[in-house]
Design a protein around this ligand. Structure first.
Ligand code: 26W
Length: 799
């Protein structure tokens, strides 16, 4: 029996009356939100229980996805959708969208990596695999971004303050995690066991969040750990500052790592959630599955290391097996390698984590001993088989630092990149030595997105059009979206597509007006770049394009109306990224207020980009800017979301852009710029001389000079910093090298925009082919190739 409108209203009335003595029309938004979320929790509770029972009965292998970031966004609508209730509740409550806005984003991540982790949680549950997330319950999510005089200011994001949480505190599942002190190895029956002295003990308390699978999927668990003082240790934490140190452990996401204290805290966080997660996995294995034979652990457990942040899982599992459960080293190592798998998300050197040996020895003495032993055995095992140089390049401990990527690769059976080009670069450039040693470990898993969120929730109008044309099956089987291509010549459908986009643009224009006061014409080209602010993503190239358009318009050269929309946060300690924000904001101010432009060009930098804001911007986009320096963007995922919503991509041949091009065909995407060989040639030959390009190209010169000749006001030092960067031979992101090609691609955009029908046809092809990037498909590949999972069998339930 499906939930009816009447039944939902009855339940809502009951909750409101019980909790607050209010009715639907007298209750406040927060009360309505709390009551609806309680109904939703009641709705998924039976399935959550059934999933747990099925897990212990069927004993299928489970994956534990260890990630320092999870970025689910808001959960009310996605839980409603996955329960099959969204439509009913929408009909019952006309202001559902307003009520849903009350929910703060669960922003426990920075960007793509965290969003991918959340998408994978959803897809595991939806496709019927038991998968558990393991992460940190940060008290403050990613900072709230405000602009003050065009500068980024960071405010705390106190997301837990509000009503109606999705989490359940599981105090009985708490475990202890140890830091610092000294460790002495003492003999016990021929076994060396560690004795700890003077260490600090912290209690890890799990908060479980239900991950509701789509329709008849499973309800899995995302387990987030909070740090507390163990009750039995109160006396060891006598002062407020002692207590605060424990609270700080899970207080903020990515504390500033530009200083020693910040890095130390980060290292603590990494060990904290890794140790807690593994302890709870082994507890479950022993008590619930009743198994003490650890040699079988890989048949029941897969642990996935999402980027290097959880790589200490390898050493911690060794510690638990060898020290706590007395498994001999070789057997334990064999188990560990079979259990662990690792995804690399970047080739950028600065994001490849390295920890100071001294810092690690002080904070985690036993873990450091174990890593040292792993490293010693690794080197010894290869000696004589490969050159000393290879051993030296690939070993874990080098120059007083622990190379976390090396630990992750050496301790895992699988290493994957996140798009075809990225994996290829790992194999042939970045991790070449490892690829030569262990080619069988390397594989590609191109990223994906939850089409449920980005189409069904964010763009219900487009979803309805798909229903009316190709039928509803695409909602559970994305392959069916390819049928949408059959409407390529259907004028009615093409017009509907246009109307839906226009409608979404009107809504966004209204929102932007409310947020920024800027008046927007919804018929203009909506040109969108939304992603972390980073030099390699080249928001700067977009800035130069804006300046070029501005100068043209001032000189009477016409262009179609365009609105350029940015959403981006800069890491708090990333000075250059913050300078870019300031310059874009000043440029926007100048252009938006220049009467000579007659509204032909607008630039809107929306504050506080997050998942919820993405849900507003993406359905309204005409153009998707994916303009990173080729080789630098591992995959990108906003490119996929924008494509699914019918935006046309302007792209370098980087990351997953290449696969988007393969899917839609050259004629349905605007590609430009240096290819990977040209980029590497510049690096190898040190032949990049941007100043020469700038001197010789008057258009480029005039555009770049706008940043320092007083054209863009109020940012002379930031403008100068950008120009110095552009003109330096060491500018590794090659902004000026791609400038001309980028302008050409944008001219092509303008010409195509003039041919409305062709534009709509291209848009339709992009929507149809976004099925390729459905994260359900990605997760099937992980489940089969890496984790070797089988689906859980579970009966249908009435809700
Ligand atoms: C060590 C400091 C650090 C940690 C995390 C630097 C940067 C990060 C990022 C937040 C990592 C990240 O989000 N990477 C992105 O991962 C996506 C999912 O695979 C890819 O699509 C993006 O290309 C990649 O930049």
């Amino acid at each position: 029996m499906q939930l009816t409108k009447e039944e939902f209203k009855n339940r809502l009335k009951r909750k409101l009356n019980d909790y607050y003595e209010e009715d639907i029309d007298t209750a406040s938004t927060s009360e309505l939100f709390a009551a609806i979320s309680a109904i939703v929790r009641d709705g998924y509770a039976p399935q959550w229980r059934r999933t747990r029972i099925a897990e212990t009965k069927q004993k299928e292998k489970q994956v534990y996805y260890f990630s320092i970031e999870f970025l689910p966004g808001t959960l009310l609508k996605s839980n409603l959708l996955n329960l099959g209730w969204l439509k009913t509740v929408r009909e019952a409550l006309s202001d559902l969208d307003k009520i849903a806005e009350y929910e703060p984003d669960m922003a426990l991540g920075n960007g793509g990596l965290g969003r991918l982790a959340a998408a994978f949680m959803d897809s595991l549950a939806s496709t019927g695999y038991t998968g558990n997330g393991n992460g940190i319950r940060y008290k403050y999510g990613l900072f709230k971004q405000k602009f003050v005089n065009g500068y980024q200011r960071e405010l705390p994001n106190d997301w837990l303050k509000k009503e109606g949480h999705w989490e359940v505190r599981r105090e009985s599942k708490s475990v202890l995690v140890r830091f610092g002190g000294k460790v002495n190895m003492v003999e016990d029956n021929g076994w060396l066991i560690p004795q700890y002295e003077g260490e600090r003990v912290v209690r890890a308390v799990p908060y479980d969040v239900a991950v509701v699978g789509y329709q008849d999927g499973l309800t899995n668990t995302l387990r987030l750990w909070d740090a507390e003082i163990p009750p039995e240790e109160e006396l060891n934490y006598p002062t407020i500052s002692d207590r605060r140190r424990v609270e700080d452990l899970t207080s903020i996401l990515y504390p500033d790592d530009s200083n020693y204290e910040g890095r130390l805290l980060r290292l603590k966080q990494e060990y904290f959630f890794v140790s807690a997660g593994l302890q709870s996995i082994l507890d479950y294995y022993i008590t619930k599955l009743g198994n003490k034979n650890f040699a079988q652990l890989p048949d029941y457990v897969a642990v996935h290391i999402n980027d290097t942040h959880p790589a200490m899982a390898i050493a911690e599992l060794m510690r638990l097996l060898v020290d706590e459960h007395r498994v001999d080293w070789d057997t334990a190592w064999n188990i560990t390698q079979k259990v662990m798998s690792y995804t690399n998300h970047t080739i950028m050197a600065e994001a490849m984590e390295k920890w100071d040996v001294n810092m690690m020895s002080e904070l985690l003495p036993r873990i450091m001993q174990i890593i040292t032993e792993i490293d010693r055995r690794y080197c010894e095992g290869l000696k004589g088989r490969v050159s000393d140089a290879v051993i030296d390049r690939t070993r874990i401990i080098k120059n007083g630092q622990v190379q976390m990527a090396h630990l992750a690769i050496i301790g895992s059976h699988s290493v994957n990149g996140v798009a075809a080009l990225h994996t290829q670069l790992l194999e042939t450039e970045v991790l070449k030595d490892f690829y030569n040693l262990y080619p069988e470990r390397f594989n590609n898993k191109t990223n994906g997105i939850t089409l449920r969120r980005w189409l069904q929730i964010a763009n219900p109008e487009l979803s309805d059009l798909l229903d009316q044309t190709i039928g509803k099956e695409w909602r559970s089987d994305s392959n069916k979206m390819l049928n949408f291509e059959k409407y390529y010549h259907d004028t009615k459908v093409l017009n509907q597509l246009h109307e839906i986009k226009l409608d979404n643009k009107k809504k966004l224009a209204k929102f932007m007006k409310e947020q920024t006061g800027i008046e927007i014409d919804p018929t203009a080209i909506f040109d969108v770049q939304v992603k972390r602010m980073h030099a390699y993503k080249r928001q700067t190239l977009k800035l130069l394009h804006i300046l070029k358009l501005y100068q043209d318009l001032k000189a009477g050269i016409d262009h179609p109306k365009r609105v350029i929309i940015f959403g981006a946060k800069a890491a708090p300690s990333y000075v250059f990224a913050k300078q870019i924000i300031k310059v874009i904001n000043e440029t926007a101010n100048m252009i938006n207020n220049d009467p000579d432009i007659h509204g032909k060009l607008k630039v809107v930098f929306l504050e506080n980009y997050n998942v919820s804001l993405a849900e507003k911007i993406i359905p309204a986009a005409d153009i998707s800017e994916q303009i990173s320096t080729t080789t630098k963007e591992a995959s990108g995922t906003s490119n996929m979301k924008l494509m699914a919503n019918g935006a046309l991509t302007v792209a370098t041949m980087d990351g997953a852009n290449i696969e988007i091009k393969d899917a839609v065909g050259e004629e349905n995407i605007f590609t430009f710029g240096l290819n990977k060989d040209q980029v590497y040639k510049y690096y190898a030959e040190k032949s990049y001389h941007p100043r020469k390009m700038y001197e010789e190209d008057p258009v480029m010169k005039k555009t770049v000079d706008a940043l320092i000749d007083g054209t863009v006001p109020n940012c002379s030092s930031e403008g100068q910093a950008l120009v110095n960067n552009f003109l330096s031979d060491n500018e590794q992101f090659l902004v000026l090298a791609d400038f001309e090609a980028y302008l050409k691609a944008q001219e092509k955009v303008e010409q195509t925009w003039a041919q409305k029908r062709i534009w709509q046809q291209m848009s339709l092809v992009n929507i149809a082919h976004s099925e390729r990037f459905d994260s359900d498909k990605t997760i099937e590949r992980y489940a089969q190739d890496i984790w070797h999972l089988k689906k859980l069998k579970i009966e249908k339930v009435d809700r």
